[in-house]
Write a protein that binds this ligand. Structure first.
Ligand code: 2RA
Length: 375
């Protein structure tokens, strides 16, 4: 494959190059595009030194795949132009096209088949991608009726600048200096900030709504009830997520274990007695997401599960997923269809379904009673 990375000096761009190396993707040519400020500098890569160049649509000619790891406005301006001029597949890491009905939003292990016939593919938000890996196997077997998520998101979600701000604050603290913040609304060190992306009219942030919108699109479940509270915490590069699920079918912890055991991209890390559970420190630099603290929900009973997920934000949440999309499209086997998950009947909650079933039986008995009495 002849590959271009636009935004090659950013946290995600750099990670894409590392993933290409680590996964031993056959790269015949690698072009790295960066801002004018960085152009002309060299990068030491698995293909030797590569000089960073300024981006132009022209400069993408001859490439098979172009990864965009830049802003949404850049993607909106250039994604289609690159495709028209070069015929390359464009894999966009921004949110510009994620909810565009004409653009597939892809996690290859879940809905890779939706990429068939497309040149522009959207890479999901990291928070969504990490959760989706853990939730999809459960959804396929038990059907997720609703989910509530609270996130603990690492500084890397705000790119290299976010990570460096946290590191600088740590140095400042050690040196007894005032903590400075520019990327985050407040100093992140020793803090948690319930504010990621902009606030919307409904009181949720855009980051929180992305979890709802994108999960529904990837799972093909436009009516799934989803609520999220997204919080930035002072970790470096792995997001953590506490998730409560309400399922369509009765669910048990053992059922969840067996669904996750056979799932690709998921590691069960769940032995609380031995203090083994998912944590950002362990999930960092790891391709698979960690799932643990699996327990029956005290709220939804036999139709509910609580769990805790950790995943590397730069890998599963961005670069790895993007490279997997390219690999998936290169192989070109779209025959795999997403398995059907149990869905809610008439959009009712499990409790409402039980009431409906019970009242139908009672009504049937009453009608039968009246009929027999009349005879
Ligand atoms: C964040 N999810 O963590 C965003 C980055 N895509 O800020």
């Amino acid at each position: 494959m002849r590959i271009g990375v636009v935004g090659a000096t950013g946290a995600v761009g750099e990670e894409i190059v590392h993933v290409l190396r680590d996964r031993k993707v056959i790269v015949d040519e690698l072009r790295l595009f960066a801002s004018e400020k960085s152009a002309g500098k060299t990068r030491d890569t698995f293909l030797g030194d590569i000089t960073l160049q300024t981006f132009s649509v022209e400069a993408c000619k001859g490439l098979d795949v172009v990864f965009l790891a830049v802003s949404g406005s850049f993607s909106l301006t250039y994604a289609h132009a690159i495709i028209e001029a070069t015929g390359a597949v464009v894999i966009d890491n921004s949110s510009a096209f994620r909810m565009d009905p004409n653009v597939p939003l892809v996690i290859p292990e879940i809905n890779g088949h939706t990429a068939q016939g497309h040149k522009l593919i959207a890479n999901p938000n990291c928070t969504t991608a990490i959760a989706a890996m853990a939730l999809w196997p459960i959804h396929c077997r038990f059907g997720i009726a609703s989910l509530i998520m609270s996130t603990y998101q690492a500084a890397s979600g705000s790119g290299a600048e976010g990570m460096s701000e946290l590191q600088q604050q740590t140095n400042s603290y050690v040196n007894k200096e005032q903590l400075q913040n520019k990327v985050f609304a407040y100093p992140l060190l020793f803090n948690v900030i319930p504010h990621i992306d902009v606030f919307l009219e409904n009181g949720y942030t855009k980051e929180e709504m992305k979890v709802a919108w994108e999960t529904r699109k990837i799972f093909g479940c436009p009516n799934m009830d989803i609520s999220c509270t997204a919080v930035r915490i002072p970790t470096l590069r792995a997001h953590a997520e506490a998730i409560t699920l309400e399922t369509v079918l009765p669910v048990t912890c053992n059922g969840v274990y067996s669904s996750l055991e056979s799932a690709i991209g998921v590691d069960i890390v769940d032995d609380p007695e031995n203090r083994i559970y998912p944590m950002p420190l362990n999930a960092s630099a790891k391709e698979n997401v960690e799932v643990g603290r699996i327990r029956q929900s005290l709220v939804f009973g036999d139709h509910g599960i609580d769990l805790f997920v950790c995943g590397d934000q730069l890998l599963r949440g961005a670069a790895l997923n993007a490279v997997l999309i390219a690999e998936f499209m290169e192989i070109g086997d779209y025959s795999r269809n997403a398995p059907l998950a149990p869905t809610r009947v008439f959009n009712l909650r499990p409790k409402e379904m039980k009431i409906l079933l019970f009242s139908s039986i009672v009504s049937a008995i009453l009608v039968a009673g009246v009929f027999i009495t009349k005879k």
